[in-house]
Design a protein around this ligand. Structure first.
Ligand code: PBG
Length: 330
C-alpha cells in the first residue's frame, strides 16, 4: 500500500492547525456573501409580519422587500428567493391568484427591480401558496394531484413571474415534465433569458413545517405531499430527477432540505457538474434558533458552521433565511 502521509512522529497534522494564519492557508472551501440567497416571505400591508413558527424571520411588504434588496446588493448577496403569504380568503381550488401579475410576487419583483435592478430575484413556481387545499398542484375529484393539468397552470404562473422581472423561476412542485414545458412556454414569449432553477431533488419533509405557517398553508393542507415529493429513503431516484430536469433545460438544480441531505448535494454536484443550490429550509433555521434560545449554542456560530458545510458538500449557493444576517459577519 502506498503511504501518502508521513505518520507520527514525523507527520503531525496539527502543524497545519496551529495558528489562525496556518488554518486560513489550508482552508479548502470558502463562504462568501455571493454564495447566499436570502429567502423572503412577502406580505400585504394589512397582514402580520410575525411568523409564529419562525422566530427571527419577518414577512415583508413589497416596499420592505425592496429595501432588503438594496441591503442585499450592498452586502453582495447572491440573490433573493421570494415566497408569498396568502390568506385563506384569497385562495381557491385552482390557485388562480398565481397567474395574476398584480399579485404580491409581481408587485414585489417590480419594487425590487426599481430599487436594485442588478439584484438576482428568484420566483417560486408552485400553487401551494394559492390553493385552498394547500397542495402544489391541481386536485382531481378523488383527491389525487393531477400532473398534466398542473403543468399548464405552472407554465402560466412562470410566465406571470417572467413578465414581472424575475431573473429565474424555480419550480418547487415536483410534477413530472414541468421543466421542459416551462422552458418552452418561456421561450414562446421571448423570455429565453429567464432562467430555471429547478427544485430537482425535493423530499417530502417535515422540515417544511414552519414555512407552511409562513405562507399561510398550515391549516389548509389536506393530507401530505408524498405522491409527488420524494421519499427521504431514496438517493438514486434523486439522481434520476436531477438528470431529467437538466435534460429538460434546468440551468441550476436544487437539493432540498439541506443539512440531512448533504450526501445528495455531493452526489448531484459530482455527477452532473451543474450549478447546484442547497435550500436550508425553515425547519432547519427553526432548529438552530430554538436550540440557541434554549442555551445549546450560539445561533450565529451554529449557522456559520452549517453554511460552510453546505459549501464543503458541493453547493454553489445556499438559500437560507439567515443570508443577510450571516453576510454581515463575513
Ligand atoms: C412549496 C415550497 C415549500 C418550500 C418552498 N417551496 C414547501 C413545501 O413543499 O411544502 C419550503 C421552504 C422552507 O421550508 O423553508 N412548493
Amino acid at each position: 500500500m502506498t503511504k501518502f502521509y508521513a505518520s507520527y512522529p514525523e507527520g503531525r497534522p496539527r502543524r497545519l492547525r496551529r495558528t489562525a494564519g496556518m488554518r486560513a492557508l489550508v482552508r479548502e472551501t470558502s463562504l462568501e456573501p455571493r454564495h447566499l440567497i436570502q429567502a423572503v416571505i412577502l406580505r400585504e400591508e394589512a397582514d402580520p409580519s410575525e411568523v409564529k413558527a419562525l422566530d427571527g424571520v419577518k414577512r415583508m411588504t413589497p416596499a420592505e422587500a425592496a429595501e432588503a434588496a438594496v441591503r442585499a446588493r450592498d452586502l453582495g448577496l447572491g440573490g433573493l428567493a421570494l415566497f408569498p403569504y396568502t390568506k385563506t380568503s384569497d385562495r381557491d381550488a385552482s390557485g388562480s391568484l398565481a397567474f395574476d401579475e398584480g399579485n404580491l410576487m409581481g408587485r414585489a419583483a417590480q419594487a425590487i427591480k426599481e430599487a436594485a435592478p442588478e439584484m438576482v430575484i428568484i420566483g417560486d413556481v408552485a400553487l401551494d401558496p394559492y390553493t385552498d387545499h394547500g397542495h402544489d398542484g391541481l386536485m382531481g375529484e378523488d383527491g389525487t394531484i393531477l400532473n398534466d393539468p398542473t403543468i399548464e397552470a405552472l407554465c402560466r404562473q412562470a410566465l406571470a413571474l417572467a413578465r414581472c422581472g424575475f431573473d429565474m423561476v424555480a419550480p418547487s412542485d415536483m410534477m413530472d415534465g414541468r421543466v421542459g414545458r416551462i422552458r418552452k412556454a418561456l421561450d414562446g414569449e421571448a423570455f429565453e433569458d429567464t432562467g430555471i432553477l429547478s427544485y430537482a431533488v425535493k423530499y417530502a419533509s417535515v422540515f417544511y413545517g414552519p414555512y407552511r405557517d409562513a405562507v399561510g398553508s398550515r391549516g389548509a393542507l389536506k393530507g401530505d405531499k408524498r405522491t409527488y415529493q420524494m421519499d427521504p429513503a431514496n438517493a438514486l431516484e434523486g439522481l434520476k430527477e436531477a438528470a431529467l430536469d437538466i435534460s429538460e433545460g434546468a440551468d441550476m438544480v436544487m437539493v432540498k432540505p439541506g443539512l440531512p441531505y448533504l450526501d445528495m448535494i455531493t452526489r448531484v454536484k459530482d455527477k452532473f457538474g451543474a450549478p447546484t443550490v442547497a435550500f436550508q429550509v425553515s425547519g432547519e433555521y427553526a432548529m438552530l434558533k430554538e436550540a440557541s434560545k434554549a442555551g445549546a449554542f450560539d445561533f450565529q456560530s451554529a449557522m456559520m458552521e452549517a453554511l460552510i458545510c453546505f459549501r464543503r458538500a458541493g453547493a454553489d449557493a445556499v438559500i437560507t433565511y439567515a443570508a443577510e444576517e450571516m453576510a454581515g459577519l463575513l
